[in-house]
Design a protein around this ligand. Structure first.
Ligand code: TYD
Ligand code: MG
Length: 455
């Protein structure tokens, strides 16, 4: 038997090297090289001479038809939106997430509600019985979904050929292996080769395929970044195990925006779409509590109101502690420095804990103002009135900077019955406030916001 050929591959970027190296010359990551067995390359590949018969032919863009292909309606508003308006035929979608977050549930639930489509669900992780048990928890009518437990890529193609499905689900890509490669399932080379082969299948037959992928402890999809390069769309399902809420994010989408967000709630009987996130993100009863401020935030295209909670207390042990959940800790430290330096609050000897309600991670800079307000409110132990909300980015000199789509933020606050909203003064320019029922309080600096909130 010929000697196995191995290479070392960077798990971060997919770069390979004949020898192990500590630092990847391509992406600069340390200690990411792992040994992989590779398929023997066919030895006598001749270089292209230009005389071979060709199958494909270059055409001009104008000659290509079928610009807007009808998308497959997944019967799930959140999923459709995150996909950019439905599933594109022939696309390869990767759904990543931590174990137990609900990836299989989301996909199974979706396919169970898909009418008139033949779905082939390939499970490499669970037995058909386990799948049945799961499906029984989710209310559904009888469905055409075919289940097969299989891990060999070659066998999967046989099943696909026999059943001719309209949609293929593979749960999960890390359990699938091809016979052409010696390495074990889940290894980098297997994952890469199988995905590339499945991509080819999807494109050639115009069948959409959804791959479920695991996430490694660093939070990226296991199997390297290369996998993300291969597929058309990467969705990430995230959330805290301890909260019921799950967020579906699009990280890469060749057919739509990546700013979209889908919110679900994990119930006893499957996932429920949350179409009005504000209601869930505002906890109901904290009248008279200090340290709570409500921000009018935007994720994707949807505005929602979200509660920021802070707890400030005197540090008992030497170094004060700083911790933030759902918010960038460095950004919180910066905001604390702004409060200290520009507004004169002495927070250096205080522990500061910050929490965004619902286990949500918010990237919108417009929640800065509410973070600051929650911290000040807790520090002084004075509550912020319950019917006041705010939006604004805080700059290094303590100025409140304008935020995007202010009308939408104000509109959402008004819809939910808030009486007052603090907004950056710059945002007032050219805005017609005459029709608004909500009181607008423009602020230019952190001090002004402070006075408006606490008198
Ligand atoms: P699962 O879809 O198996 O996660 P993944 O495929 O991402 O590993 O989800 C498992 C979790 O979801 C499990 O802890 C139980 C919970 N769950 C519910 O709360 N309600 C349900 O109806 C179902 C099917 C699962
Ligand atoms: Mg699963």
């Amino acid at each position: 038997m010929a000697k196995e050929k191995t290479v070392y591959v960077c798990t971060n970027c997919g770069q390979d090297s004949p020898k192990w190296v500590g630092k990847c010359p391509s992406c600069g990551a340390w200690n990411t090289y792992v040994e992989e067995v590779v398929r023997k390359e066919s030895a006598n590949k001749r270089p292209v001479s230009g005389l071979e018969p060709v199958k494909s032919k270059p055409v001009t863009l104008n000659d290509i038809t079928g610009g807007d292909e009808p998308r497959i309606d997944m019967q799930d508003e959140e999923l459709n939106r995150v996909l950019g308006g439905g599933l594109v035929p022939g696309s390869l979608v990767l759904l990543g997430g931590e174990p137990g977050i609900g990836k299989s549930t989301l996909v199974l639930q979706t396919v169970l509600h898909l009418p008139d489509r033949k779905v082939l669900y390939i499970s490499g992780e669970e037995s058909a019985r386990q799948l049945k048990l799961r499906a029984d928890r989710i209310p559904h009518n009888s469905s055409d979904c075919l289940i097969v437990c299989e891990t060999s890529l070659e066998q999967i193609y046989v099943h696909i050929k026999n059943t001719q499905p309209d949609l293929v689900i593979i749960d999960s890509i890390q359990t699938i292996s091809t016979e052409t490669i010696d390495s074990s399932p889940g290894s980098l080379v297997q994952v890469r080769e199988c995905s590339a082969s499945i991509l080819k299948f999807a494109k050639e037959t115009n069948t959409p395929v959804i791959l479920i992928g695991h996430i490694n402890k660093e939070g990226s999809i296991a199997g390297p970044k290369v996998l993300e390069h291969i597929v058309d769309t990467v969705l990430q399902f995230e959330g805290d195990q301890h909260y019921m809420y799950r967020i579906l994010r699009s990280i890469k989408n060749r057919f739509g925006s990546t700013a979209e967000l889908g919110i679900y709630e994990m119930r006893q009987n499957g996932l429920r779409q949350v179409s009005n996130p504000s209601e869930l993100l505002l906890s109901q009863d904290h009248d008279g509590m200090s340290g709570v401020a409500i921000a009018s935030a935007i994720e994707g295209v949807r505005p929602f109101l979200i509660e920021t909670q802070a707890l400030v207390s005197s540090a008992v042990y030497g170094n004060p502690q700083r911790s933030a959940t759902g918010f960038d800790l460095r950004r919180m430290n910066m905001l604390l420095a702004v409060l200290e330096k520009r507004v004169g609050f002495k927070l250096a000897q205080k522990d500061v804990f910050l929490n965004i309600a619902g286990g949500l991670k918010v990237n919108d800079p417009a929640i800065d103002l509410s973070v600051i307000s929650a911290i000040l409110s807790s520090n002084m132990d004075t509550e912020i009135e319950r019917d006041t909300c705010m939006a604004g980015e805080v700059g290094l000199s303590g100025e409140i900077r304008p935020v995007n789509r202010i009308e939408q933020r104000i509109g959402e606050a008004e819809k939910l019955g808030f009486k007052r909203i603090l907004i950056p003064k710059h945002n007032l320019q050219g805005m017609d406030t005459s029709k608004l029922k909500i009181e607008i309080i423009p602020v230019r600096k952190v001090e002004e916001a402070f006075r408006a909130l606490f008198g």
